[in-house]
Ligand binder design. Structure first.
Ligand SMILES: N[C@@H](CCC(=O)N[C@@H](CS)C(=O)NCC(=O)O)C(=O)O
Length: 197
């Protein structure tokens, strides 16, 4: 069975979701962050960044949640790559990379407050402005669409959806009607319910 370091409350959440969509189980190897187990010599041999998620499948070791999702989907449910012409494939990557580089970076300070302490008023305003800017772009993309790319649910919906949903408690998503509709439909998926309850 594939093993994963990282809980469902971390960036590993999208990997559990991808695995559930693919119909495979991930065995969780718990790491105690308080005890700095993610910085232990043994773990750093797997992932020199000292971060989760990290996937181990026999001799294969992968870090970066979206690379892990690519691996899980390619191995167990390649149909979630959707139409595999070069342009469509590049769009899956485009939106996945975009969400990690921009949307997650903007939303992260909002939820990291729980662990790092409250943001200054200035930092809070900046994080909300940034997140709003990226969510508007996503909302425009989803106008008249049920999925990020093409006419079917793909790995891009998992990657971008997991990040977009993480901002819901901190921003008014009422102003992003297309994002809200899309997130609501993703939350209805059996695999999503299986992982997030
Ligand atoms: N871009 C990475 C982000 C990984 C990441 O930042 N993981 C956090 C938990 S959500 C972590 O391990 N933090 C511990 C640390 O940085 O010491 C991915 O998507 O896998």
């Amino acid at each position: 069975m594939m093993k994963i370091y990282g809980s469902k409350q971390s960036s590993a959440s999208r990997c559990y979701w991808a695995a559930a969509e693919a119909g495979v189980e991930l065995e969780n190897i718990p790491l105690d962050f308080q005890k700095q187990e993610h910085k232990s010599e043994a773990f750093l041999k797997l992932n020199p960044n000292g971060k989760v998620p990290t996937l181990v499948d026999g001799d294969v070791v992968i870090w970066e949640s979206m690379a892990i999702n690519n691996y899980i989907i390619e191995k167990h449910k390649p149909e979630l790559f959707g139409e595999m012409d070069a342009g469509s494939h590049a769009l899956l990557l485009q939106w996945s990379y975009w969400s990690m580089a921009h949307l997650q970076k903007a939303i992260e300070p909002l939820y990291m407050q729980k662990w790092t302490g409250a943001l200054s008023e200035e930092a809070l305003v900046k994080a909300k402005e940034d997140a709003t800017k990226w969510l508007k772009i996503l909302d425009a993309r989803l106008e008249g669409r049920d999925f990020i790319v093409g006419e079917m649910f793909t790995i891009a919906d998992i990657n971008v959806g997991s990040i977009a949903s993480s901002g819901k408690d901190y921003l008014d998503y009422g102003v992003f009607p297309n994002v809200s509709r899309w997130l609501a439909s993703l939350a209805e998926r059996p695999a999503y319910k299986q992982v997030f309850g």
